[in-house]
Design a protein around this ligand. Structure first.
Ligand code: HEC
Length: 117
């Protein structure tokens, strides 16, 4: 009986810990992690709010405005992913920085800026 109580206590603790790790915003949450990655790697050019920025030099394409519904409608997920992996114009490639699941989450994060969503 004693042993059973102990096992039960350990089980309850493990459950509580797992629950804490799954809470929104906590480390281990893929959506929150994607936002953090975006903010640090992409935000300086595209803005943390996704609204784009100024071109790095006159005559060059500005970083895309992800809050523009027309832009969002003009690209497939595969095209967004491709731009992140291989870079585009003035944008450096990020293919080595993210693995497959992370790329999927980054694309989902770009989509979350779409005002028509
Ligand atoms: C050094 C500034 C810079 C950084 C950092 C940057 N980008 Fe960009 N990004 C640009 C520019 C400039 C363009 C426009 C490229 C063009 O069309 O010539 C662009 C375009 C894009 C596009 C659209 C491509 C298309 O189809 O037109 C996506 C998607 C994108 N960036 C995602 C990201 C993500 C995600 C990150 C972070 C992992 C990131 N960018 C980091 C400058 C940047």
């Amino acid at each position: 009986m004693r042993v059973l109580t102990k096992i039960f206590a350990i089980g309850t603790m493990a459950f509580a810990l797992a629950g804490a790790a799954c809470k929104g915003g906590a480390p281990g949450d893929p959506r929150a992690e994607a936002k953090e990655r975006y903010d640090s790697a992409c935000g300086k050019c595209h803005g943390r709010d996704g609204r784009g920025g100024v071109p790095s030099a006159e005559g060059l394409a500005p970083p895309r405005n992800f809050a523009d519904a027309t832009f969002q409608a003009s690209r497939t997920d595969a095209q967004l992913r491709d731009a992140v992996v291989n870079g585009k114009g003035q944008m450096p490639p990020f293919g080595k920085l993210f693995d497959e699941p992370q790329l999927t989450e980054i694309v989902a994060h770009i989509r979350s800026f779409n005002p028509k969503k």
